[in-house]
Design a protein around this ligand. Structure first.
Ligand code: C5P
Length: 227
């Protein structure tokens, strides 16, 4: 079978990364979670006090871009990559609510997007990758052989996200998580720079009422058709 690029895009908290990670394991591909990269830049901003009120100090962030080194290293225990920011593992820190609140505004910034997109294109140039995010099939790999666009109702997504946070011992209310999911969808799909949108040639999956096993089986069928 030929090696291909699989681009998975869609709204927040649809379980894209679970699907992507499972398929990568099954077919021996590398899985790249691009949301983790935007989250790591956001964590850097929090650590360096680059948020003032509800504003980002864009000038300082732009000056700091050369000091932000992100790497994704495969963890055989979890079967997915761990995210490192300047050599420190930040997988737990980037998944919390504080980063979730700031990440979409950070991801609207053109200079942040250009830096991360260049890294992502480099990571995928040998193919044999599954990359998930918001602009993979439209901007990062417009020539990807398989493009999936995942969606589900906001309430289903908020509940899944809440269950995940609870499992990690982080307190949050359903209303707070639902609000965050809806706000991120709005910012991500209305921003000027590479907004979230379904690529014309993407296959759509609404997984509101699907189990993880059903999604996995569906994705494997799509892969077998495309590869
Ligand atoms: O996928 P995840 O929910 O972790 O992504 C966090 C945020 O990062 C998204 O809400 C979006 O603002 C941003 N993002 C992006 N482009 C990508 C991946 C993520 O703008 N390719």
């Amino acid at each position: 079978m030929k090696k291909i690029v699989i681009a998975i895009d869609g709204v927040s908290s649809t379980g894209k990364s679970t699907m992507a990670k499972d398929l990568a394991k099954e077919i021996g591909y590398t899985y790249i979670d691009t949301g983790a990269m935007y989250r790591a830049v956001t964590l850097y901003c929090i650590q360096h006090n680059l948020f003032k009120g509800d504003q980002i100090d864009e000038e300082k962030l732009q000056e700091s871009m050369n000091d932000i080194h992100i790497s994704l290293r495969f963890n055989p225990e979890t079967g997915r990559p761990d995210t490192y920011l300047n050599g420190v593992k930040v997988e737990k820190e980037i998944r919390g609510m504080e980063v979730a609140r700031w990440v979409s505004p950070v991801a609207t910034l053109g200079f942040v997007r250009r830096a991360l997109v260049a890294m992502q294109q480099e990571m995928g140039k040998e193919k044999g990758i599954i990359m998930d995010g918001r602009d993979i099939g439209t901007v990062v790999f417009p020539e990807a052989e398989l493009k999936i666009y995942v969606t589900a109702s906001p309430e289903v997504r908020a509940q899944r996200r809440l269950d995940e946070l609870k499992a990690k011992g982080e307190a949050a209310s359903f209303e707070e998580v639902l609000e965050n999911v809806k706000t991120r969808d709005r910012i991500d799909s209305t921003r000027k720079e590479s907004p979230l949108r379904q690529a014309d040639d993407a296959v759509v999956l609404d997984n509101s009422h699907m189990t993880i096993a059903e999604q996995k089986a569906w994705l494997l069928v799509q892969y077998n058709k495309a590869a």
